[in-house]
Design a protein around this ligand. Structure first.
Ligand SMILES: Nc1ncnc2c1ncn2[C@@H]1O[C@H](COP(=O)(O)OP(=O)(O)OP(=O)(O)O)[C@@H](O)[C@H]1O
Ligand SMILES: [Mg+2]
Length: 468
């Protein structure tokens, strides 16, 4: 491992050579470029730890480069190299956010010292952000509501796991808060000041996902008009969150495994190995072990990602949390109403507590949001809750026609009810046929995954094939 990656920009090749010799010997990895215009794209594709740049150059000058660097990474230290005659402009650059300037000609120590100091300062800044987060006492847990014993156990585990560098697998039904927990892990980890990069493995076809994750070189395939670093690179020193990891295509599982083992990646169409240091947090609502048995998930990868498993209990197993969550969501969604909402009528709470919440916290959140819109008085009553919460769940196939068994509804309303039931039955059956795999079921239905999720939550359809 090097002490850091530096990008050095100067239109004089001698100067580049000189700097590389000094800083290379001091243990830094040096990328050099004499064309400042090329430097701009290198800033993006290489994400160096520090930029060392000449001030006066044809094309873009040092100041312009400084601004570009800070767009890519606001904390990137920039050191300006400058001829003695233009010290004033160097001072100007420092005012604009450069860390320091080094007048030419410089001594070996002068240059080394400036770079060492800048990188030490960056480390301090990173550490400070982390300490501030801790002092705030938030631990990133303030968003995760729950006092049930089941959740207390989860909190305890998350706190411990976050401090380690171990890869974590979060398992739970849809809507149990997997993404929320992944976030909390990052915020509580030593990597808090670096990037948290979520990737939804189910959202893209294999080829696109590959270039999203691993990046690509310019011209690697049609449409690759410029070099793009992958999200794994973007997560360097931070946390990579692989959501729905069970959906990762087998080819990419192999590539991912290699990246984790070698701590290096190669961009699509590239030849160079790039060092990456990422902490991996993954999430799934499927039974990965079952996928391993079926040969759909690589066993070695399973062991790599599942060093610490965190199992999120379904909401129906979190005694007492429904009420707590309902009140939290009420506060959130009642804001800005003309008539303030004070709480729930006892009957409404009863209904909420008796319901099985197949869509878990997300479903509860949606129900409360809707109720806050519908409620006319100062409290939420049973009337403001969807009817299916108090009714026994609809049976698939052969269910009586609701419009005829209850009141005599006008045709239009009866049709609407019927269509609703038909839709729910259709979605439930499709999901069952695809073994609880939402992505596949959504594909078969010809709608996107998000919409499918929204619909099954709306109808309270439970996913099967969920591991617990
Ligand atoms: N314990 C909790 N406290 C407060 N809000 C929560 C809690 N758990 C989940 N939520 C909220 O519920 C919604 C769903 O949570 P999240 O996206 O983390 O679930 P998920 O397990 O990733 O679901 P999916 O498998 O569908 O992706 C989010 O809006 C989240 O903020
Ligand atoms: Mg999620």
């Amino acid at each position: 491992m090097t002490k850091g990656r530096l990008l050095i920009v100067d239109d004089e090749p001698d100067m580049l050579e000189n700097c590389t010799r000094i800083l290379g010997k001091a243990g830094y990895e040096c990328l050099t470029v004499s064309d400042p215009l090329k430097a701009v794209s290198l800033l993006e594709s290489e994400r160096p730890d520090l930029l060392l740049t000449d001030l006066r150059m044809p094309g873009v000058d040092g100041l312009g480069l400084l601004r570009q660097a800070h767009q890519v990474d606001p904390h990137m230290p920039v050191i300006i190299l400058t001829a003695f005659a233009s010290i004033e402009s160097a001072v100007e650059a420092v005012k604009e956010g450069a860390f320091d300037y080094v007048p030419k000609p410089f001594s070996v120590d002068q240059l080394k010292l400036a770079v060492d100091r800048a990188l030490a300062q960056r480390r301090l800044a990173v550490e400070n952000v982390r300490l501030r987060e801790q002092l705030r006492g938030t631990y990133g847990f303030e968003n995760i509501i729950g006092r049930s014993p089941a959740m207390a156990q989860v909190f305890e585990l998350v706190r411990k796991a976050a401090r380690s560098e171990a890869n974590i697998l979060i398992v739970g039904e849809s809507g149990t808060g997997k993404e929320l927990v992944a976030n909390a892990i990052h915020v509580n980890s030593p990597r808090a000041a670096e990037a948290f990069v979520p990737v939804d493995c189910a959202s893209l076809p294999e080829q696109l996902l590959e270039s999203e994750l691993f990046g690509h070189e310019k011209g690697a395939f049609t449409g690759a008009v410029r070099t793009k670093p992958g999200l794994i690179e973007v997560a360097h020193r931070g946390t990579l969150f692989l959501d729905e990891i069970g959906e990762l295509p087998v080819g990419l599982q192999v590539k991912m495994l290699r990246a984790l083992q070698e701590r290096q990646i190669r961009r699509v169409g590239g030849t160079r190995q790039i060092d990456v240091d990422v902490r991996l947090v993954s999430a799934t609502n499927r039974d990965l072990r079952d996928l391993v048995v079926k040969g759909q998930f690589r066993e070695e990868l399973y062991y790599r990602v599942n060093v610490i498993p965190i199992v999120l209990p379904p909401l129906r197993e979190r005694k007492g949390d429904v009420k707590l969550l309902a009140h939290t969501f009420l506060k959130k969604y009642a804001q800005g109403r003309e008539v303030p909402l004070e709480g729930f009528e006892p009957e409404a709470i009863q209904i909420l507590e008796n319901y099985s919440w197949p869509g878990n916290v997300r479903e509860l959140q949606n129900v409360i949001e809707r109720a806050c819109v519908l409620a006319e008085g100062e409290t939420i009553s049973a009337r403001d809750l969807p009817a299916h919460l108090s009714a026994p769940p609809a049976t698939a196939g052969g269910a009586p026609v609701p419009a005829l068994t209850s009141k005599n509804l006008p045709l239009k309303e009866a049709k609407a009810q019927w269509m609703t039931q038909l839709e729910a039955t259709y979605l439930a059956e499709l999901l069952r046929r695809h073994d609880g795999n939402v992505s596949q079921a959504a594909k078969a239905a010809g709608i996107d995954r998000k919409t499918f999720h929204r619909l099954i939550n709306k109808y309270g359809i439970r996913q099967t094939g969920v591991s617990r």
